[in-house]
Design a protein. Structure first.
Lengths: 186, 186
DNA sequence: TTGCCCATGTAATTCGTTACATGATTTC
DNA sequence: GAAATCATGTAACGAATTACATGGGCAA
């Protein structure tokens, strides 16, 4: 998924809110963003180095509270400019790839059990995701009016809820259809 | 999105059904698969060459009906074996990346208009996708019992319908929330 | 004759994952 | 003393997009 690198702007966006280390950034992404955009260390650290070289962020070393050394990054005015520019571009890329759909598409080549197990595993995974979203949504609603950001975080959580609900409903329907056609009718 | 290449198996799966050229494969993917897994020529042609070198597919040249030359590929018994093995593996990878969610997450940095335009464009795009899915679903239902494959195709179409419906519902909700907070109350 | 669809491919580049490597500190 | 967490990075690889390049046939 090449072209204009979105991970760059996630990092800039997070740094625009507060100074963070690469490690912190990873945690932020994992907890608030990963369900619509993931990023690993192998991407974050090199990207930070690149952004620093371009003058969009600045590094300083922090050894504040006993813990190990940290490279704390802050966004520069150039970085803010970049971020703002990106925000005003209406392009919106979407990449969705579902291996389960590919396997189901060729489902004739699998047994009834293989197909239903796949669907069940898919469903269970997303039931858990749904529960996480609901928990996260509840937490957010309690602090909703404390910061303007929270409203936007909430909109993304809402997205997660809708998507996971759709996954679960689809899995149920698909299972019912397969059950109906191939299941043991005693 | 590395590791076991899914595009390989899409190609093998399609060739398992009928002999096809690279160009045909692209068309099949675009029309039936692309909404859950995309592939471009830059991937298809090199993959076919690789599969041929590995003995999983065989190429023959066809100049049947007046048109230009075609490289027609057929799956070998080794290819069928590979495909069957892959089908029995329960792993299911999912990659979803939504740039719009990233931009909305940092929505504080954009204007009300930018945020709502983004959501509206997203919605309209998926309303169209939804209509395509519905059309495709109707077509499929008419030929449903002609081939066993069709049932599985239908399950993937059903997935599309659920997902697009969720996108649209979410966009409406998100727009209503933003409207409520920032819209002009006359 | 212009443009579109058929048809095949290559090259450059980027994005992203995974595995590897290291070491300090905190908690049980 | 062991395990978990904090913390930073590199290297290798693979997946995927994009742009480039070429050429034939057919229809308006």
């Amino acid at each position: 998924m090449p072209k204009e690198n979105t991970t760059v702007y996630i990092i800039l966006g997070l740094l625009n809110h507060e100074d963070l280390s690469g490690y912190d950034i990873k945690k932020r992404i994992d907890s608030m963003i990963s369900y619509f955009w993931e990023a690993g260390y192998g991407q974050i650290y090199p990207t930070l180095a690149r952004l620093e070289a371009e003058g969009l962020v600045e590094k300083r070393i922090s050894r504040s509270s006993g813990g190990p050394e940290k490279n704390l990054y802050s966004i520069t005015s150039g970085g803010k400019e970049e971020l703002r520019k990106w925000m005003s571009v209406p392009e919106q890329k979407e990449y969705t790839k579902y291996e389960i759909l590919v396997k189901l598409f060729f489902g004739k080549l699998a047994s009834f059990e293989e197909n239903t197990h796949r669907l069940q595993a898919f469903k269970e995974r997303h039931v858990k995701n749904m529960e996480m979203m609901e928990q996260y949504g509840r937490n957010l609603q309690q602090v909703m009016d404390r910061e303007e950001d929270h409203l936007f975080y909430y909109l993304t959580v809402l997205f997660g809820k809708h998507i996971y609900a759709a996954y679960i409903e689809w899995a149920d329907e698909a299972l019912a259809i397969l059950e109906d056609k191939y299941g043991n009718k005693k």
